[in-house]
Design a protein around this ligand. Sequence first.
Ligand code: PMP
Length: 289
Amino acid sequence: FADRNGLIWFDGELVPWRDANIHVLTHGLHYASSVFEGERVYDGEIFKLVEHTDRLINSAKILGFEIEQTADEINKACWDTIAANKIVDGYLRPVAWRGSEMMAVSAQQCRIHLAIAAWVWPSYFDPEARMKGIKLKLSPWKRPSPETIPTQSKAAGLYMICTLSKHEAEAEGYDDALMLDYRGRVAEATGANIFFVQDGKLHTPDPDCFLDGITRRTVIDLAKARGIEVIERAIMPEEMANFTECFLTGTAAEVTPVSCIDNYKFVPGEICQQLIGDYENCVRRKVAA
Ligand code: PMP
C-alpha cells in the first residue's frame, strides 16, 4: 500500500504518499504504542467525524499519551486530506504513535506523531450479493479482560488477536472470524460488532471488553426508530442455535449479513434488509442520524 500516488497528512504537512515514512526504531512499531481510526467518506461527507476524532484522542489518552493537535485541528486535517486527494467516496485512516526518540519500554521522551491517509473506496456493492451473507469461523483466540489490556482503546496492539483469528478463518475458506471473550461469551468479529435476531428482536453483546462501535450505536438507534427492540446482554455461543438472522456492523463492514458461524446457520431476512437500507439512507443523509 506504500507505493501509490497521493498525499498523506503527516505531522502538519501534506507529503507525497511514498515519502510518508518513519524510522525502524519507532516505539509504536516495537511496543505497539499506536492508536488509529477508520472512517468513511460518503458523497464528500466524513460520516460521524466528530465521534471518530474524539475516540482517537481518547484511545491515545487511555495508552497514556496526548495527541498534540486539538479535536478541531484533527478534523480540519481530515478534511484537508480528503480534499488534497479529491475523495468523494472513500476511507480515512488517522493514526497516532510514539516516535523514535528513545528505545526502551519506557517512552517518556518519545514525541507523539499523527498521520492521516485517505483513499478512494466506493461503498456500493450489489444488495443481492450482500444478502447472501458471509461465513464466520469461531476463533480459538479470545478477547482479553479489561484488566489485561485497555480494551476500550482502538489500539494497534489489540489487533494482533484479530489478525491471528482472521488468518486462521481465511485459511479454512471462511470470510472472517467470530471471537469469544475471556469468559467464553460471544464478543465480536475481527473488525466489526455482531448482532443476532430472535422473534423480531435484536440481541447484541454488552461491549464491556471490546469496542462499542460507532456503527453499532448508529444501528441500535436506527432499529429503535423502527420500533425494533434491542437487547444488549451477555450471549453464550450455544444460544446461536436459537437466532434466525445475524449481521456485523462496522465502518468498513457497514451492515453485513452473516449466513453461518461454524455449524450455526442464519438466513439473512427482513431485519437485515431493513437495517442495510436504513444505514445506507443514514450515511447518505437521506434521513436523520
Ligand atoms: N470492533 C473492532 C475490532 C473494530 O476494528 C471495529 C472497526 N473500528 C469495530 C468493532 C466497529 O467499530 P466502528 O463501528 O466504530 O467502525
